[in-house]
Structure formats: structure tokens, C-alpha cells
Write a protein that binds this ligand. Structure first.
Ligand code: ASP
Length: 336
């Protein structure tokens, strides 16, 4: 029997046409499918279009809406393929990994660097690969399919703005490769998915990303306390907090903690992750301020996970417990 797939068309380059103002989503879902008729060999596809946007315009409301669409149609389909812009695709895939957990049915996010109606494009192979992977009986949970790779939804990062291999799997192997009609699994763990799928329907959007540069001011961090529930500090290297002359970062972070708000440490280095225990500039701050750190998680996953946890609880211990709980392959390291 052919698998039943729901194509959720949301826009992006894959569905864009050239206009005088620049590329803009305008190719409808039916037309996208018309470029990959081979899909009929292995699946049947229905289409929904909850919105049609450049992914630059997407944010947490759209992530919740996508999770809601998947929930509404979950029983009627064997898998889901979301056509999406590449610019914020890694954020959406990470957010959906937290909003739709323990799903035996695959949720694939894909897109392309060039529109599907061009003579030379990556769009057709990405869409066909996605439909093929979503139709595979061992596929499950949220992943990105792009450039012949299947990447866990929590592990993807857009590392190239133009090349077809735009996405990398960060600090973790790809789940599978797709070559022509063949799917080669590197991680085949479908049997671990037992019990019911779990959907969440809330996120805390008041999360700020504070990127350090040499000479950044801790007092600026302090001014954000009133407007945000959490701040993720994108630090240097394996992770440290500068003292400078005024120790303003330590004071600001302690004030965040005393206000009952979360401060999370992450690194601006993409590969290999944080470890605040290595240097004096990290270790003491981590202990004094009880800072959870990203370790090997991607920044996109840390942001989405923080929003998801704070949508459920503001309790600091529960925050730390959930933050270090592995969800859809997002973290390998787990502090004892
Ligand atoms: N700006 C586009 C988007 O993210 C880029 C793309 O899809 O590749 O929607």
C-alpha cells in the first residue's frame, strides 16, 4: 500500500518566483508536486497551506501553528513534509522537535537554495528525497532532508547561504543519506519510539540571545531583565564570562537569577560545544550563578528548548532537568 503523506506548504525559495521586488513565495503546493511526478510510485500526497511566507518572517506563532496542523491531521497520514524557507528552517525544525515528541510518524522539513521552476535547481531532488524518506517505514520524529542528508531536527544549522549543501549536522552524525532511490540509515532507532506521540501547544517567546563581543557591557544585560524570562549568553570558546573592571556581568547574571529568571550559557563556536569547567573564567561563574550550559546542543536547539521548557514551567530545578534531557538527539552530554 502506498503511504499517505501530508505536504504542508509554507513558502520559502523552493516555492518562490522572481518579481521586480525580488524572490517571493508564489508557486502553489500542487505546482511543486508537478515537478516530482515520480512520487506517485510510492506515496499519495495531499496538500495544506497554513501560510505562504519567506521564512525570514516566521517566528514562534508559526511553529505552534505547524504543530497544530500536524496534530489535527496526525491520525490521517503516515508522514508529513513541510516545504519551508531555508533561512529559519533550523529553528523551525528544532521547535517542532520539542512541540511534537515521540512521533513514530516522520515530520520532514525541507526547502531549497533555488526555486523549483528553474532548469537547474536543488528543489526537485530535495522534495522527492523528502517524500521518499517520509514514506519509509523506519523514519520517525522531526528531521531536515536537504542535499541528500537527513539531519535530526535539533542538530541542523544553515552553514552556507548559496551552496546546495547548505545544512550541516552539528556535533552529531546525520540520521541517514539518500542517494538516488536508496536510503542508507546511520541511526536506525525507530524501535525506541514506544507509546503515544506527545504534542505541546505553548512556548515562552520572551527569550533573548545576548552575543558577547570583547568589551560587551554587563549593565546592558541588566536592562533586559524586565522584558525577558530568559537570556542565552552566546559566549566565547568553551564558555566564559568576562570580569572586565566592573564585574558587571556577574552582578547582572546574579540579578537575573534573583529575579527568578533563567540565564543559559552557550558558545558562538559552532562545532564541539561548550564546557565551562575548563577555564577559571567559566568554572567559577557556572558554580556561583548556577548556569545551565549548552554543551553539544546547537544554538537553534537551545533557543527553541528554552522557549518550550518555559512554556511548561518556570521552576529552576525542573528547567535544568528538562534542559539536560535528551530530546530528538539534541544533547549527548548529561551532567551527573
Ligand atoms: N529567504 C528564503 C527563506 O528563508 C531563503 C530560502 O528559502 O532559501 O524563505
Amino acid at each position: 500500500m502506498k503511504r499517505k503523506i501530508l505536504l504542508i506548504a509554507t513558502g520559502g525559495t523552493i516555492a518562490s518566483r522572481y518579481t521586480k521586488e525580488g524572490l517571493s513565495p508564489g508557486i502553489p503546493g500542487e505546482e511543486l508536486l508537478s515537478y516530482v511526478p515520480e512520487y506517485r510510485e510510492f506515496c499519495e500526497v495531499d496538500i495544506v497551506t497554513p501560510f505562504y511566507l519567506d521564512s525570514t518572517n516566521l517566528f514562534w506563532k508559526h511553529w505552534l501553528l505547524l504543530a497544530e496542523v500536524i496534530r489535527d491531521y496526525y491520525d490521517r497520514y503516515d508522514g508529513f513534509v513541510i516545504c519551508h524557507g531555508t533561512d529559519t528552517m533550523a529553528y523551525t525544525a528544532a521547535a517542532l522537535s520539542y512541540l511534537v515528541q515521540n512521533s513514530r510518524k516522520p515530520v520532514i522539513v525541507t526547502g531549497s537554495q533555488r526555486p523549483i521552476d528553474l532548469p537547474v535547481t536543488d528543489a526537485r531532488s530535495n522534495l522527492l528525497d523528502s517524500l521518499r524518506f517520509a514514506s519509509h517505514e523506519r523514519a520517525h520524529d522531526v528531521s531536515i532532508v536537504f542535499g541528500g542528508q537527513v539531519i535530526a531536527g535539533t542538530r541542523a544549522k544553515k552553514e552556507r547561504t548559496k551552496s546546495y549543501n547548505a545544512f550541516s549536522s552539528i556535533n552529531y552524525p546525520p540520521i541517514a543519506m539518500i542517494q538516488d532511490k536508496r536510503i542508507i540509515f546511520y541511526i536506525d532507532d525507530a524501535d525506541k519510539v514506544t507509546g503515544a506521540v506527545q504534542f505541546s501547544d505553548s512556548l515562552e517567546p520572551r527569550v533573548f540571545l545576548y552575543k558577547l563581543i570583547p568589551g560587551s557591557s554587563g549593565s546592558l544585560l541588566e536592562t533586559l531583565i524586565h522584558d525577558y524570562e530568559a537570556v542565552i549568553i552566546e559566549s566565547f570558546g568553551v564558555g566564559g564570562i568576562p570580569h572586565y573592571e566592573d564585574d558587571s556581568f556577574r552582578k547582572a547574571i546574579l540579578n537575573w537569577r534573583n529575579a527568578g529568571k533563567r540565564v543559559v550559557m552557550a558558545t558562538q563556536v559552532t562545532h564541539e560545544g561548550s564546557d565551562m569547567s575548563v577555564y577559571e573564567v567559566g568554572q567559577a561563574m557556572k558554580e556561583i550563578c548556577r548556569l545551565p550550559e549548552s554543551y553539544d546542543m546547537t544554538l537553534e536547539a537551545v533557543i527553541a528548548k528554552t522557549m518550550w521548557i518555559l512554556g511548561k514551567t518556570k521552576d529552576p530545578d525542573e528547567f535544568d532537568r528538562l534542559f539536560y534531557t535528551c530530546i530528538n538527539h539534541d544533547i549527548l552530554f548529561s551532567p551527573s
